[in-house]
Design a protein around this ligand. Sequence first.
Ligand code: PLP
Length: 427
Amino acid sequence: MKDIKSKQLFEKSKRCIPGGVNSPVRAYQAVGRSPLFIEKAYGSRIFDVDGNEYIDYVCSWGPCILGHCNERIVDEVKAACDRGLTFGAPTEAEYELAALIRDCIPSMEMSRLVNSGTEAVMSAVRVARGYTGRDKIVKFRGCYHGHSDGLLVKAGSGALTQSAPDSSGVPADYTRNTLVAEYNDADSVKRLFEANKGEIAAVLVEPVAANMGVVLPECGFLEFLRDITKKFGSLLIFDEVITGFRMSLGGAQEYYKVTPDLTTLGKIVGGGMPVGAYGGRKEIMEMVAPKGSVYQAGTLSGNPLATAAGIAAIKQLREGGISLYQDLERKGRMLSDAARTALGKRVQVNQAGSLLSVFFTEEPVTDYGTAVCSDTHEYARYFNYLLEHGIYTAPSQFEAMFVSTAHSEADIEKTAEAIMGFACCIK
Ligand SMILES: *Cc1c(COP(=O)(O)O)cnc(C)c1O
């Protein structure tokens, strides 16, 4: 595999961009090689600047559920370009996207558009605090909710003590109100509610965790969160930035039939443009300015390019209906079956619809603690082998593999063969 040009560009980029990249995972640090610089992508295929072609299972970390360069999205964006890039004034398309979101995800009676998942979650948390008049929030170790100060917390020093920030530059005071529980562990949540009576504004959770690798909610876990938040007068926030429009048209909340008070969206909702959204019941969302007292704003929020792409993406998913999602799930299952068959006891494969992770560990992965037991060196070898064989997957053990509607049966078969090839060469 030739990668001279990528290497040269990486060296140049490092001189004027920290680490050479605009988001850390892109630097490939976890897999011991320098990153590929991408030139273009169509359908299921991505092409680097050295002329290599790969089947892409990163899909820009989720947005490209319809494959790259989806014709209708691209056409709508081009048409929007010709009418003006941004007005900073209301447009009909914003209404159209909000109505589409509400039709697909009925709990989002009202929503606001922002420019990223980070902004969506940050704003939803603010609304939950404004609505309840409480300061504390509960999040789960290993769940990622964007890079806002108060949410850059993975672990507290013991569940009942105050949480320390994960990043330098975040004052400890900013994470004082972020309590950390264990994913799939109801008792850890109960303990926090008992110790902080009347103080918890919301429980924030990825309904399928996909930022410590894919970790599925155990049976009854989401229902438990629904019940306990109701009991203590707190809100339940589903961070559906990855799962929204992916687990089903109505997201994980439709898939698992658990309805949160607030939902955050990102990734797919922008069809490849920078978009996030947060929303929920009317009575809660009317807390947001100018109607209410919770301030949130954005110069480019709901701009015409973003809304055009989002509308075109969601309409196609809606037209595809149940069979589109069944097809995605089937392809996800084909890949997870292939990995289990090839790699056997060496791995745990967690799959939910078109999201999956191959963990190099012999124990089931149900939370952060079990996820980090994985052999990241073995994952790095797996990643590099697949890359050499034309398969582009996440350059980290703790990210998901994303399947799109553009992946063909032949793509999946070729991928399965490559995984089998890796299994043979490590035997
Ligand atoms: C990607 C992600 C975010 C952050 O979204 P950005 O658009 O990268 O800011 C938040 N929550 C979850 C669950 C995500 O996967």
